[in-house]
Write a protein that binds this ligand. Structure first.
Ligand code: SF4
Ligand code: SF4
Length: 363
């Protein structure tokens, strides 16, 4: 059954903690022919629906690989959308008989998990890294390729999804509190939604705090505003008593802390300070660089420029996703720990290790 897009968006946002698989396999978009482009993506239902919307009016082949119902970036970083999955989709879907070329466009954020070189060597298909956001695909197909297309944006829609992702399941758990405080369900649900929406939608206002990695400042800001809001509500309703402050202040602070840690660990814009491994930095071995430009093509944070060789003028933006290291054909890039210890590129590839909270398998 195909759900209407708004309902699918709501359900996949509200239950983002769970996989939401679409059927893997080959689909025709429009009236594709033998020269039409081939797009490969993961089988998170919302991703597939979004891609079809982005490709409206175009003709192409949509190849849905099995990412276990998880979105492309999380699946690729977590070892659920791999080189094997891409190869398997290309070999078993029948796409080779439908087109006369061997070029497949992959979402750039799959570059952490899918090795373009391996795909080519084992299938003959050349991987072309498409833009981060599928909505840029029509322009990309026209030959447009801007730095903005290659970078992750934490736009209002994504922030709204994050707010819903927290508020919906917490609202479902809220009735548990009826055991202790009968009749307080609606105010509690209102607090959950108000806090979630305020924290994520106001992100640009406190972004400098995140950039400075000031977790303490972050918690003080959220906690302070939460307590101020609760004090104001108590005053306006004439209920400002010590039990009121303790109850709602405690609940509000707990939730503010939860959201602060989530932002600290998972915004697409800033690396987490909750994992020591994230102090690793990408290092270039200049003598191995051939200036092929693949690192700049797959980096979602705009870290690289490539002229005679690659350079990392914006290394401070690095998310430690590992995509550049996985895709570099000459092993000119690797992770280096603060004590100088280096993680060989082959280790990254073999263990699907990255430093995004060690989502890949550990060494
Ligand atoms: S991918 Fe590797 S070889 Fe190519 S430009 Fe980047 S560092 Fe150099
Ligand atoms: S420089 Fe950092 S953010 Fe960019 S691809 Fe490499 S590991 Fe990922």
């Amino acid at each position: 059954m195909t759900l209407p897009y708004p309902l699918l968006w709501l359900l996949t946002s509200a239950f983002r903690f769970f996989p939401w698989p679409a059927k893997p396999g080959l689909q025709a978009v429009g009236q594709p022919g033998t020269d039409s482009p081939v797009f490969l993506t993961g089988n998170f239902a919302l991703t597939v629906a979004r891609l079809k919307r982005a490709l409206r009016g175009l003709d192409g082949w949509l190849l849905v690989a099995n990412s276990r119902g998880i979105n492309v970036w999380c699946a690729a970083a977590g070892g659920h959308l791999t080189t094997h999955d891409a190869i398997s989709a290309l070999k078993t879907s029948g796409i080779a008989k439908r087109v006369a070329h061997r070029r497949v466009i992959l979402p750039q954020l799959a570059a952490t998990g899918i090795e373009a070189g391996q795909v080519r060597a084992r299938t003959g298909w050349k991987v072309i890294w498409g833009p981060v956001d599928g909505r840029d695909l029509p322009a990309f197909l026209q030959g447009e390729e801007t730095p903005a297309m290659r970078q992750v944006r934490f736009d209002p829609q994504q922030r709204l999804e994050m707010a819903v992702m927290w508020a919906a399941p917490l609202s479902l758990l809220a009735p548990i509190t009826l055991i202790f405080w009968p009749g307080r369900l609606l105010p509690l649900v209102a607090l959950i939604w108000a806090l979630s929406l305020a924290v994520y939608l106001a992100f640009p206002l406190y972004e400098p705090l995140v950039a400075r990695k000031s977790l303490a400042g972050f918690v003080v800001l959220f906690g302070g505003l939460t307590l101020a809001g609760i004090a104001l509500t108590g005053t306006l309703t004439g209920r400002l008593t010590l039990p009121f402050i303790l109850r709602w202040g405690g609940l509000g602070l707990g939730m503010a802390l939860l959201l602060a840690f989530d932002l600290a660990g998972s915004t697409p814009l800033y690396k987490s300070w909750t994992h020591a491994e994230r102090s690793h930095r990408v290092t270039l071995e200049p003598e191995h660089c051939t200036a092929c430009g693949r690192c700049a093509q797959v980096c979602p944070r705009g870290v690289f420029t490539v002229a005679e060789i690659a350079a990392l003028p914006h290394a401070d933006r690095c998310e430690q996703c590992g995509a550049c290291i996985v895709q570099c054909p000459t092993d000119a890039l690797l992770f280096e720990a603060p004590d100088g210890e280096r993680v060989p590129p082959e280790t990254m590839r073999r263990y699907k290790l990255n430093m995004m909270g060690q989502r890949g398998r550990k060494l």
